[in-house]
Each structure stands twice: as C-alpha cells, then as structure tokens.
Design a protein around this ligand. Structure first.
Ligand code: ATP
Length: 369
C-alpha cells in the first residue's frame, strides 16, 4: 500500500432510500493514489450509491467520505473540482458535436481560450475522435459515445476519475479498446480511477485492487490475484442433467464432501461447485459419488479459482444469480434500466449550478446510443 494519503477514503457509509431500501450498510473503501480500484458487485449491490456519495451527488445517512483530500460532506465544492465523473448514462448533448460538448464542459469548469481549445484537441486525438469531432454525437457509435463520455470527465484534468460501469452495452471490440484506454490513464497519467462494474473479467483485467460489494457492504477486498490465491486448490464444477430437489441436493452435497481434499461444496440448481486440493485427482471420486446417488452428470470442469469463485465464497451465492441472471463476466450485456433519480447529473453540473442546460441532454441518451 502507498504511504501517500489515500485518494479516496470512505468509512462506514450508510444510505437508506425511501421505502426502507438500505442501499449501503457500512460501506468502506480506501483507494491509493494513481491506482485503478474496482468496486465489483451484482446489480443493486450499492456501487452506484457509493459513487454518488463520493461524487457529492448524494448524502449518506451516516459515515464519512474523503476524496482527493477533501471532505465530501463538508466541502463538496472542493471535491467537485478535483474529480471527473463518467456516469452510467451519458451526459453528452446528442444534438451538439463532440467538440462542442467538450468545449461546454471546459466552460463549466471555468476554462477558456487557447488553453481550452488545446485541451479539447488533445482529448479528441487521444480518444480517436478527431475525425468525428465536428459530427453530432447522435451519429456516434456506442463505443465513440463512451469514449467521448470519458473525455468529458477529463477536460479539467481531475485527480480522481469515477467510471460507473464504463463498458456496459459496448460490443467486445469497443470494450477492449476502452480497457486499454483506462489502463493507460492510470499508468501514464497517474490518475486515480475508481470504477464500478458488474463484469468479473473487467475488474480482473483492469483493477489493481478490488472490493467485492454485496448488499451494501464490502465482503472481500484485495488484489485480484490475492483474492483468487486465498482460494487454495482448484475449482471443480459439475453440471447435472436435472436439478435435484432440496433433500436430494443435501444428499449430493454430503456425498461429494466425503472425499478427502474436497470442501466448500455448493449445490445451486443443476450446478455443483466444490474446491479440491487436486482437482483432476478429485474428479473420478466426485463422479463416482454422484453416480452412487443416482445423479446424471452432463459436464465437469476443473479450473483455477476465478473471481466468481471468490464471490461465491464471500457472498454465499454465485455472481450471475445475484446479478438477476445477467450474464456476469461477459461483454455485451444490455443496458440497465434507466435511472429515475436526478442524480445522473455530472459533477460539473452540480459544481456550477448549470444542471438545467445539461439534464435535458442526459434525459435523452437513447437518441445517442
Ligand atoms: N434513487 C433511488 N431510490 C430508491 N432506491 C434506490 C435508488 N437508487 C438505488 N436504489 C436502490 O438501492 C440499492 C442499491 O442500488 P445501486 O444503484 O447503488 O446498486 P448498484 O450496485 O450500483 O447496481 P447497478 O449495477 O444496477 O447500478 C438497490 O436496491 C436499488 O434498487
């Protein structure tokens, strides 16, 4: 861990929405400067609410939040000047060009003249939008639009960049390009990046450290390698032809567990997961045990532990199950439901009171997608 003060330090955040929805229940996160930190969790885990509090767009019921050295609750204005925010929903105006959007964003932060023009050109170039800079954003592809969103968050050279689900809805090629750009921002530019994602592979690939969030709190934290390394041995997954009833599921679980070196057996529908000291050696014994119980096996895999296994261990259920059946860990997922709250404003709007001019754009992102 760095000896520098953290770029982000959230402690014991609690946030309850109307209807007694406890979105955060003791959320704590510490992000070292110049690193990429991933908040990983299924839909509804509390990632966006955490980001809203850290970006001063929402207030917690209790807890504290320090961002770029400023208290987000006492000095939100200072925090807003030090951060860039790329929300899930694009804040770009679809009827303006990419260049106009960037210029407007610069104006919101008090930037003017040649310095602003230079910065806009630099960002258009960096995000491969120079040729498209004078085209309306409504003509952009999803990948181009998302690159513009990130560029918008960077105009005023923030210290900390918040990326909320940066690749949701992008095709695999655009995702890979976005990953490369995010890695470059942290590596070459020394930017601190806090990204939220419900893609396991995205967190694994990009983040130096990960916090796995479940039901409003962090259930595990560390480097992806350390988290996976804590799970000794191999992951053994068996897919049955039919899902057992609850009583049979318990019998199967007990049968698989009888083999020495096999532990943490979970039966989840048709899927049986276990950890084994030596996966390949365990497979024949596991299959024999299942056959004795009369369970028909469709497939067996042995793999090194994945972040999905880490999630299962700490949250007690599979990621995809918690994610409402979404295809966790895979690209090209559908966009989540549109947000109904007004918090989709960018921090720039909040900082300058210019929300009215931009919320109309934020309210019609479908045009630009
Ligand atoms: N404005 C709101 N009003 C009421 N409930 C809300 C509001 N925003 C979020 N919630 C609820 O709070 C919980 C946490 O939501 P949050 O958006 O923080 O989760 P998330 O991990 O970011 O999920 P997603 O990946 O879907 O964005 C969920 O149960 C959600 O339905």
């Amino acid at each position: 861990m760095s000896t520098h003060p953290p770029a982000v330090a959230a402690r014991d955040l609690v946030k309850t929405y109307p209807g007694e929805i406890k979105a955060l229940d003791g959320m704590s996160v510490t992000v070292a400067p110049g690193t990429v930190f991933g908040l990983l969790g299924p839909n509804g885990a509390g990632k966006s609410t955490t980001v809203k509090i850290l970006t001063t767009l929402a207030r917690p019921d209790s807890g504290s939040a320090l961002v770029a050295g400023h208290d987000a609750l006492r000095h939100p204005d200072r925090v807003r000047r030090a951060i860039g925010v790329v929300a899930q929903r694009s804040g770009a105006d679809p009827v303006a060009t990419g260049r106009e959007n960037l210029l407007l964003q610069g104006h919101l932060y008090g930037m003017r003249g040649a310095a602003l023009t230079r910065r806009v050109d630099e960002l258009l170039d960096r995000f491969a939008l120079s040729d498209a800079g004078r085209r309306k954003v409504s003509t952009y592809s999803g990948g181009m639009q998302r690159r513009l969103d990130v560029a918008l968050g960077l105009v005023h050279r923030p210290d900390v960049l918040f990326l909320d689900e940066p690749t949701t809805g992008l095709d695999p090629e655009a995702r890979t390009a976005m990953w490369a750009e995010i890695a470059r921002l942290a590596g070459d530019d020394g930017l601190t990046i806090l990204l939220t994602t419900h893609y396991l592979d995205e967190a694994d690939r990009l983040a130096g450290r990960i916090a796995i969030v479940d039901r409003g709190r962090v259930v595990a934290e560390g480097t992806p390698e350390a988290l996976k390394g804590e799970l000794h041995g191999d992951a053994v997954h068996v897919e049955l032809r039919d899902a057992p009833d609850p009583v049979d599921a318990q019998l199967l679980r007990a049968a698989v567990e009888t083999f020495a070196g096999v532990r943490e057996v979970e039966v989840d529908g048709r899927r049986i997961s276990a950890r084994a000291d030596d996966g390949p050696a365990a497979v024949p014994h596991v299959l024999a045990a299942l056959e004795r119980e009369g369970a028909a096996v469709a497939a067996v895999t042995v793999a090194r532990p994945s972040l999905d296994d880490v999630y299962l261990r700490y949250a007690g259920r599979r990621f995809a199950e918690a994610d409402g059946g979404a295809e966790a860990g895979r690209g090209g997922g559908a966009d989540p439901e549109p947000r109904q709250d007004a918090d989709a404003r960018s921090a720039a709007e909040a900082a300058t009171g210019s929300a009215a001019s931009r919320t109309s754009a934020a309210a019609t992102p479908g045009d630009a997608r």
